[in-house]
Design a protein around this ligand. Structure first.
Ligand SMILES: Nc1nc2c(c(=O)[nH]1)N[C@H]1C(S)=C(S)[C@@H](COP(=O)(O)O)O[C@H]1N2
Ligand SMILES: [Mo]
Length: 328
């Protein structure tokens, strides 16, 4: 499906940031009087290189859909990222100043070898392209060419104990969590208060162990072979293509293995509307709207929603014997 993308075509994030600072700096460049200042402005010292590994067209290419992906513009301008904004149009701007270096993911809990992974190490893992359908619980959908690696790869490295039954995930958070703080300006990185977001933060998610180890479950580090844009969950986010989009937690900083079902943000917010499993299911309506159809972002066409978002052949067996209406 995917061709090998040469590393040269992958924008190092440092370059990207520099370009942005360059544009920002341009606004007041006229007031920079000193020649030396202008020289340094146009000839900044070379940034440290941060480049993702070349994307292999791998064994797992069979997991990619043949449906055409949505444009980079669509994928990066219509988002859900409540830490920055509750409006779909806003995260692209609101997350502009989000600083994602340095970055680590701490993996702990019921594992033999708990450890902290640095993002630079994760970016050196072999990166694959996976073109997945993506279905939000709000009934819009798109097709995204993610790049990343199976979550299983990271979990295997920490050696899960046989007693571990679930995996809990946590997003980075630097906003103000208490209601009395709601009137304060956004916290570092522009994240808004939990009160303004209307959900408890930091954002939490969880998967059952078999779901987490499933070959479709991805830790994504990019889109279209470019490092993950801030609004899409830089520098690394989960992608679980057969579940509603809110399970695909962004900007992950902590992963814990546990033997109890972990709390999840949207389930805590409204447990009658958002279950732990949240598998895409046209037969189980949201209490306030039908899930039988979805609106494709690319052309606003309505189309039928498919069970497990079209990934039933790969994942349905994990739910054999379960009542998917009760365990929604
Ligand atoms: N931390 C965090 N992760 C999140 C969200 C969020 O608000 N915060 N929104 C979720 C929802 S509802 C969806 S549909 C997807 C949207 O991903 P996208 O913006 O890359 O399309 O991210 C999910 N992950
Ligand atoms: Mo969503």
């Amino acid at each position: 499906m995917s061709e090998k993308i040469p590393p040269s075509e992958i924008t190092p994030e440092s370059v990207y940031f520099n370009r942005r600072n360059f544009i920002k700096a341009g606004v007041f460049a006229g007031s920079v009087a000193a020649t030396g200042g202008i020289y340094r402005f146009f000839n900044p010292p070379p940034p440290p290189e941060v480049v993702t590994a070349p994307i292999e067209s791998v064994k797992s290419a069979g997991f990619s859909t043949t449906e055409p992906p949505d444009s980079f513009e669509t994928i990066t301008t219509y988002n859900n990222y409540y830490e920055f904004s509750t409006s779909n149009a806003c995260p692209a701007r609101a997350a502009e100043g989000f600083v994602t270096r340095p970055w680590t993911i701490e993996v702990d809990g019921m594992v033999g070898k708990p450890r902290v992974f640095d993002i630079e190490e994760l970016l050196r893992f072999e990166q694959e392209e996976r073109i997945y359908r993506f279905r939000c619980v709000e009934a819009w959908s798109m097709v995204v060419p993610w790049t990343g690696f199976p979550l299983k790869k990271l979990l295997d490295m920490v050696e899960p104990l046989s007693t571990a039954k679930y995996v809990a995930f946590q997003t980075y958070y630097s906003g103000k969590t208490n209601h009395p703080d709601a009137k304060l300006p956004p916290g570092p990185n522009g994240m808004q208060s939990s009160f303004a977001a209307g959900i408890d933060l930091p954002y939490l998610e969880g998967l059952r162990m078999d779901e987490a180890m499933h070959p479709l479950t991805l830790l994504a580090t990019g889109i279209y072979g470019k490092l993950m844009p801030n609004q899409n969950g830089a520098p690394i986010r989960l992608v679980v293509p057969w579940k509603y989009g809110f399970k695909s937690i962004k900007s992950v900083v902590k992963i814990s293995l546990t033997d109890v079902q972990p709390p999840t943000t949207w389930n805590l917010a409204a447990d009658d509307e958002y279950g732990f499993y949240s598998n895409v299911n046209p037969n189980v309506p949201h209490p306030r709207w039908s899930q039988a159809q979805e609106r494709r972002l690319r052309d606003s066409r309505m189309q039928p929603t498919t069970i497990f978002n079209g990934y039933a052949d790969e994942v349905a067996s994990m739910y054999a014997g379960m009542d998917l209406v009760k365990d929604f």
